[in-house]
Design a binder for this molecule. Sequence first.
Ligand code: GZL
Length: 326
Amino acid sequence: MKTMKKIVCILSTLMLVLCTLGCSKKAEQPVEPRLLLGFSQIGSESAWRIGNTRDIEACAEEYGVSLMFENANQKQENQIDAIRRFIAYKVDVIAFSPIVEEGWDNVLNEAKEAGIPVILVDRDVSTDAEGLTKCLIGADFYKEGVMAAEYLIRKADSLGLEHVNIVEITGTENSTPMRQRQAGFVDTIAGDDRMVILESIDGDFLKSRGAECMRSLLGTYGSDIDVVFSHNDEMTLGALPEIEKAGFVPGQDMIIISIDGGQEAIDVLKEGRINCVVECTPKLGKELMETALKLKAGEEVDTLIHPVEEVFSDEQDTSLIAPRGY
Ligand code: GZL
């Protein structure tokens, strides 16, 4: 009897081991991706862009989306080539952040003819054609420009400034953030006679160009500059050392206003060398994956998704600003 019990015990243990192996084997089976998404990213020009890429990659993983990711290294022709590869590969959905607004009709028509829906991430395209894209997921850049100007008006009031000379370092010419941030800012200061924009200069969202632009502006206007309005943190961080080299104290001799809200800029805000940072969140991955999955399932999607964004400035206790994650 005891022998029989031993045999049953060994057999049941063996069965348990086999089942476990079998399960783990099943667990190793590659899980079919829910969707194949082709994404063309502009490049790696800023902490914002790198944060955007990281968020999209993390969300693809989380949502079980197979991501074909291509970095265009700041060239529109590379983005167009990437979209054509996605079409040839017959991805389920195409998404991209257009470096500039014009020049996309041909390739977007090719995607439409191939029956592949396209989602715009971060930036927009300018086209007269209908139905080339399904959705734009990105910041309200015009509002960011408005928030920057509204801060400046409050700051000028608090300092009792009667005349405010502004220099503007803009983002990539003809890009949505450049056009909209400038429009929002200009429209908001338009009614305030104290405000004068001495010059706007294209810094292409790059740190190195931000430094070059600031050197040029300092050479032309020097101590006449009251405010630097910079379209992104990278250019701001490039400009600050140039202001200091010229003998001025940024945040005191000149009011510094920036946009993006990355950790490095927030740290400098806390030091008092920047006065205001308007948030532009790069965390668009969740909305992108959910929208792409809806399109794959043939569901209706919102045509415009704006994230909620805030302003960080020397009007608040900046020590309370949480870590930014980009
Ligand atoms: C804004 C994004 C801009 C950032 C820059 O959504 O398009 O591009 O403000 C980035 O940092 O280069």
